[in-house]
Design a protein around this ligand. Structure first.
Ligand SMILES: Cc1cc2nc3c(=O)[nH]c(=O)nc-3n(C[C@H](O)[C@H](O)[C@H](O)COP(=O)(O)OP(=O)(O)OC[C@H]3O[C@@H](n4cnc5c(N)ncnc54)[C@H](O)[C@@H]3O)c2cc1C
Length: 410
């Protein structure tokens, strides 16, 4: 008799897991509570789906066990991932190491996975919410009954691939955590990550809409938590953009622990201190009678330079030559180490992923099998693994899904 595998959740990891379980010979059923599989995929990479990255290493992931994500990926590495997608019909486009489907459409990735599911004979059930998983026998037995609103599905193995709580409109409502917990797993509190930061100060309306290259470092009680450089976006409530997303999970965790969090922004990233100081002096020397409101023209957006002057207490009509050394130093501090207090991270609705999830120390990175219950496998963002922006979260979803499917299916 064929082994029966039930996969819960038809997102990136669940669809991959189902294809590999079926290819391994198992009678595979994929349960999804939304009306279509792969909804989240459609919004990935701004609709273009950044499906992986040529630069993959430990530094791209955060997890309770720092070695876990890459160990999983080694079980289904980039080369095999690309072969898998090419086999499904995707032609890969490499944009400086960031990998996309050449179609430029995330929908094509979702579509070929749906086709892969059909072609490998997976039974797909949509509008099928899983509300419980019952186990029979002791923890070593490996026999399951998956309870849904439309009936019970029995399996010799179950793959939990329900995602996190991020972007719940796409289906990942956090119910996977309850299922994992009911099966004996520990959940590390999930918090929004790759998300915007809300700031305490009320001046953000004045500078909303500005996009500028900057370095953002995050601080708590004198400790530098994280930093990143890229295009910063100023919004009416705080800060956004890739460098903010990359550090946001550290803000979420620290704020959740009731620690104060400050972001320090350097608007001239990578420039030595002396170079910026010399440039300020040169500008002042070149046009000593020029009004300060024109001082940064061509160097910084006008809206931002007006704000900086106000913030440093310097009136725009003053000639550059009238500024004291102390005033220049104050201005320099504002543009190089602008401090803003973080009040909160935006909610799960706005987050691309979650930090936290099922404790990976309870899962084998070689097979994705639970160490709590034989025959139970876990994959994807449900686990306590979060990658930085750049295709890393999807790569973890493909790899963990494939590894889980291959092992559950035999
Ligand atoms: C806006 C946005 C852009 C992103 N862009 C990128 C990107 O370009 N590159 C990248 O690497 N990552 C990106 N990510 C992150 C990436 O999409 C996720 O990490 C990845 O999709 C996680 O896959 P998953 O299979 O673990 O979970 P999901 O894709 O969330 O799938 C989980 C599935 O399980 C279903 N489900 C949940 N609970 C139940 C239940 N009880 N019963 C039945 N079904 C259930 C859900 O409906 C869902 O279909 C982005 C995320 C967002 C929100």
């Amino acid at each position: 008799m064929k082994k029966r595998v039930v996969v819960i959740g038809a997102g990136a990891s669940g669809m991959t897991a189902a294809i590999f379980a079926a290819r391994a010979g198992a009678e595979t059923t994929l349960l999804e509570h939304r009306d279509r599989p792969g909804k989240k995929l459609l919004s990935t990479g701004n609709g273009k789906c950044n499906l992986s990255n040529r630069r993959l290493d430990d530094r791209c992931y955060r997890s309770g066990d720092p070695g876990f994500p890459m160990e999983v990926i080694q079980g289904f590495p980039l080369k095999r991932t690309l072969d898998f997608f090419e086999g499904l019909g995707i032609v890969i486009r490499d944009r400086d190491g960031y990998l996309y489907p050449r179609s430029g459409q995330a929908s094509s990735v979702a579509e070929v996975l749906r086709r892969g599911i059909r072609d490998s004979g997976v039974r797909m059930e949509t509008n099928c919410h899983v509300r419980g998983v019952r186990t029979f026998g002791d923890a070593a037995a490996g026999h399951f009954a998956v309870l849904t609103d439309s009936g019970t599905f029995e399996g010799d193995a179950v793959i939990l691939a329900c995602g996190s709580k991020a972007a719940p409109a796409t289906g990942s409502d956090g119910s996977g955590y309850d299922l994992a917990e009911s099966l004996g797993h520990t959940i590390i509190k999930p918090l929004p990550a790759l998300v915007q930061l809300r700031c305490r100060e009320n001046f953000y309306r004045q500078i909303a809409g500005i996009r500028i290259e900057a370095e953002v470092s995050l601080w708590s009680g004198g400790e530098r938590l994280a930093d990143d450089q890229g295009e910063l976006q100023l919004t009416d409530y705080g800060i956004s953009g890739i460098p903010v997303f990359q550090v946001s999970r550290f803000a979420a965790r620290a704020l959740d622990e009731k620690k104060p969090v400050t972001a320090r922004i350097d608007f001239f990233p990578g420039m030595p201190e002396k170079r910026v100081r010399d440039m300020l002096c040169e500008r002042a020397a070149r046009r000593p009678e020029g009004a300060m409101e024109e001082f940064f023209t061509g160097w910084l957006p006008d809206k931002l330079s007006r704000f900086f002057l106000k913030y440093a207490g310097i009136r725009g009509e003053r000639p550059a030559a009238s500024l004291s050394k102390r005033e220049f130093r104050a201005l320099e501090r504002v543009i190089r180490a602008f401090e803003t207090e973080i009040a909160a991270v935006n909610s799960f609705e706005h987050a691309q992923v979650c930090c936290g999830g099922v404790d990976v120390r309870e899962v084998s990175p070689r097979t994705m099998e639970s160490q709590k219950r034989r025959g139970l496998y876990l994959a994807g963002e449900l686990l306590d693994v979060d990658g930085i922006c750049g295709g890393y979260n999807l790569q973890f979803a493909w790899s963990s899904g494939a590894v889980a499917g291959m092992h559950a299916g035999v």
